[in-house]
Design a protein around this ligand. Sequence first.
Ligand SMILES: [Mg+2]
Length: 281
Amino acid sequence: MLVFVAMGRRDLAVTPDINREHQGQLTNPPRVDTQVYLSRKFVILHNQAPVEMVFKSQSFRELEANMVADQRFILGVDLDGVVADFYGYMREVTAEWKGVPIEELTEEVSFGLPEWGLVKDEYGRLHRFAVTQRKLFGAMRPIEGAPQALRRLSAEGVRIRIITHRLFISYFHQTAVSQTVEWLEDHAVQYWDLCFMEDKTAVEAQLYIEDSEKNVERIRSKGDQVIIFTNSTNRNLPDHPGGRADDWSEAERMIRDRYYEWRRDKGLALPAGPGLAALEK
Ligand SMILES: [Mg+2]
């Protein structure tokens, strides 16, 4: 079993040895089906009770090199604004925060939400309130069609690697991670890896789906493929390279096209149909 971890921008840990080295420190064995990356510390989630561990690190490239036996098409999936309806829930919280009817808050927002009349530095305070007092990570609705599309793609062999920058509030990491995992399971979002980190390119994927302009530009600058998931915050980004999906039916089709292309290049059989695994040759 491998357990992964991120210790900073570049260092990701892990090794099968970690578990052997630290087995004695655990009251329960760690889960084997979910790998968790954290930016500062390492947590194994087991029965919703994170257990902190110390570990040694190695680069992600080394780690991946050790995993080539299980080579998969990795889809890097952003959560907020792509799978979870971040702006929809923030609109509700902002109406409460400002004491105004929700209809007064336009849905056409840009990054930082200046259209909602937030004064200087207020966005940070509002965001913190939403996370810590209104359970943002546990209360958002999924974006329509996202869990279903990810389940179908996963069944076809796509390895879903969720990458999210949610550990931005100090001493709130345990709650942030727990709410995130509970939300993913509650909505049956299929995934294999869960990475909490700012630099999404550090975990590497064959294809990303992302809504943040900054992250799209960063991924593109590394020469990696990224599909823009459209919302009002990213309309100014040029669609190409990589393309743009306005909803999850479009995103699913684009991801599937690229995944099938990847399988063809490797001489692998194609899945029997949407949501179905490939037939063994
Ligand atoms: Mg996002």
